[in-house]
Design a protein around this ligand. Sequence first.
Ligand SMILES: NC(=O)c1ccc[n+]([C@@H]2O[C@H](COP(=O)([O-])OP(=O)(O)OC[C@H]3O[C@@H](n4cnc5c(N)ncnc54)[C@H](O)[C@@H]3O)[C@@H](O)[C@H]2O)c1
Length: 374
Amino acid sequence: MMIHEPLRVTTPGGAYDVLIGPALLDELADQLAAQGVVGRLWLVSDPQVARLYGDRVLAALQRAGRHATLYQVPMGEHSKDLAVAAQLYDWLLAGGIERRDAILALGGGVIGDLAGFVAATVLRGVSLVQLPTNLQAMVDSAIGGKTGINHALGKNLIGAFHQPRLVLADTTTLATLPMRERSAGWAEVVKHGVIRDAGLFAWLERLDGAMLPDEPACSALLRRAVAVKVDVVNLDERETGERMLLNYGHTLGHAIEAEAGYGTLLHGEAVAIGMDLEAQIAERLGCFTAGDVARQRALLRQLGLGTSIPAGMTAAALLDRTLRDKKVQAGRVRWVLPHAIGSAAVHADVPDSLVQAVVAAACDPQSMTEQTRQ
Ligand SMILES: NC(=O)c1ccc[n+]([C@@H]2O[C@H](COP(=O)([O-])OP(=O)(O)OC[C@H]3O[C@@H](n4cnc5c(N)ncnc54)[C@H](O)[C@@H]3O)[C@@H](O)[C@H]2O)c1
């Protein structure tokens, strides 16, 4: 049931609707037909999501007379790998995929990025439909056309921009999300509030802890978070300007995620710590108030997210990793820093010493307390 108007992504790479609402997977066949997706359907998922929703989606498509098959890849970040992409190419090409067919990505960001990359490259590109089933994917990764896999030297280093034909987010799937995954997903929603939508941020503050609200509020809240992503992508598909704002919390977040060892912290958990640190950097620069740093921290905690750097990490190791970020230009990190709740900007001139001071204090809060006492 769609209870809101679709949001529309319009970029040079493609225009498509983002549908958000309860039980939308039951309408998938109709929606595909409405978008002119007429060929065979190649569904990619992971075992957890496939067990919960795979049969339901396949059955609904087959009832509508569609030819649809399912391939499962192992759960987790390790599936964003060239070897797993190769297995998908084997499955698709041996099965006789044609240019008018579509690949459907049913799952979280890993499935969306991997299946999206394969859709971008097999037969020089076939249609992609994103069916995000967790909070992170619904508000962020399923929208905007970034697809990719990892390389031993870093995350998402191999990829392509490939806009989907349709994004369909069925909010009823969120009921089966483990609590830790749900909290991690909230991180990206908070990020959207901080960078562009103070009203969204305030709405999150009114939630009952980390609980998702009931319908129709759930879809309305998600729609508002998705609208931020859609607006930013519409302004800047290729991340040359506005889209960089979506990296708020991610420069240090990625460093912390990698330093912990992939799979230890969830992406959203690392981003929450990154947002807290990057807000502190903004505060030291004088562009964000201490009150807003505290407000953001309180919201992250309310949503079940920690803000402390895991024990044992050093500022030197984290800063070294930030320099290897894809967004570094001419050796300088471009930091996305908040100016207020609801507004942020890119800063290319943040002194390394200031970043070092903030991260070092967070890595060793005891020494900070000592310094303050002296
Ligand atoms: N393309 C982009 O623009 C973009 C943006 C942000 C993140 N990403 C990528 O997304 C990936 C992380 O995605 P993620 O956080 O969604 O992780 P994920 O895809 O690994 O999903 C997390 C877990 O949630 C489970 N899950 C998903 N839906 C479920 C449901 N309804 N019920 C129960 N379990 C469910 C999955 O089985 C998985 O174990 C990273 O690789 C990151 O680089 C991409």
